[in-house]
Design a protein around this ligand. Sequence first.
Ligand code: ZN
Length: 479
Amino acid sequence: MSLNLSTRLPLRALLAQATRAGTRRWRPPIALKSTAPARQFWNKPQSPAPQPVPQQAPQEHLVHDASNAGQLDGMPAKHVAVNIDGDPRVFDTVFLRDSCTCPQCVDPDSKQKRFQTADIPENLEGSCRTVVDKEKGWVVEVVWQNDVPGYGPEHRTRHSIDWLRRALNTELELRGGVRSDERVLWDKDTIVKHNKWVDYKAYMTEDEALFDAISHLNKFGLLFLKNVPKSEESVVDIAGRIGNLKDTFYGRTWDVRSKPKAENIAYTQHYLGLHMDLLYTSNPPHLQLLHSIRAQAPGGESFFSDSFHAAHQLHASSAFHFRTLCTFPVTYEYHHPTQHYHYTRPTIELFPYPKYSEPTNLAIRHVNWSPPFQGPFEARIGGENQTALRNYISASHAFDKLLGSEENLYEYRMNEGECVIFDNRRVLHARRAFDATKGERWLKGAYVDDDVFFSKLRVLEEKFNGSWISDGVVRHAIK
Ligand SMILES: [Zn+2]
């Protein structure tokens, strides 16, 4: 049961308050270039003129119906304004209705919605008041004038003020193109300083150690585990701690060891240059795991390079090269008798950002760089007036030089009982040639998809931090 402390103030009082608020400097949680629609709405000339605010009720979360000038308070309307942190914020009642979490609307067990957005009447109206909810604290309670068919007059929608504030801030941040980005770009010196070796047992048994490990992995794109049991199943256990393994035509797990007439260069003893795996698929693996089971053969050192760091360096040295790599299409393929994969993508992919603002932090989503798996170019390949391919050649020279530069390369020879996990869409890996005649070299590998990794990261972020990041926006756990 809730305690109803609602005091419906007359509309003129609300308008007065809105006008009063309008004279204050509005400080958005983030910098926005455009004026929020809520303000435009409130700045519409609406009579009556501002009047002194009457004695404030004990509660601050003033609510009223604001869709039509002259409408009486408490009457159903299409929009309502909620006082959030001193400013009236306008919400469409469709949003409030659609996000109702009452047991009639969302199944308490499955958390699935019991109605569809398309069931909401187009002319939906509701009237609001603020009440105190035992669980949620101050809430806006909406009574529906013309509810979704099948819902009776007793149906109420309740949203906490905190939840509405979060929804509003999320929208502003998404619109403002803000990205909360924890990634730390690195060169050799930085990664040598920050590298993390996590004990296998702690990783497998303690949630806090796992959170620490995968947060680090998210920041740097590189993580090492030590004291890993010498078993072919260990890599399954390590990946499985994050979530489901990604199955590919290489198998759920796969072996990197030298073998004759290998179908993939990785299965030879030759030098293997900096690359990413499976760029010829539509969603290449996010994580790659390599567990060193045998490291007897001389050589075979691993190299890692942060392609995001190199991309930033490229941008600083030549914005033209950077733009070329953002647009020029490169085709990757795996064309064999029983498998034929084919995908074309630019070398650098950015997060989308608002049309009229610049990508201030070079919000790089992916880098795609895998020379051994490249197929023939299929677009912008030439012609007398075509300069795109020449531009690409020039840009790829510059990028390749940065990726493989002494300052950027981190070299490490994997010991037996160690497992490396790296972000396959960011950190390039390479391997020196090794002498297979002098000993065995055997790595067991596995992949994990991006959705699986970020799901686990958010679960642990919510558990340990009380907030998580989705679409680059921090969301706080709120009832
Ligand atoms: Zn409901």
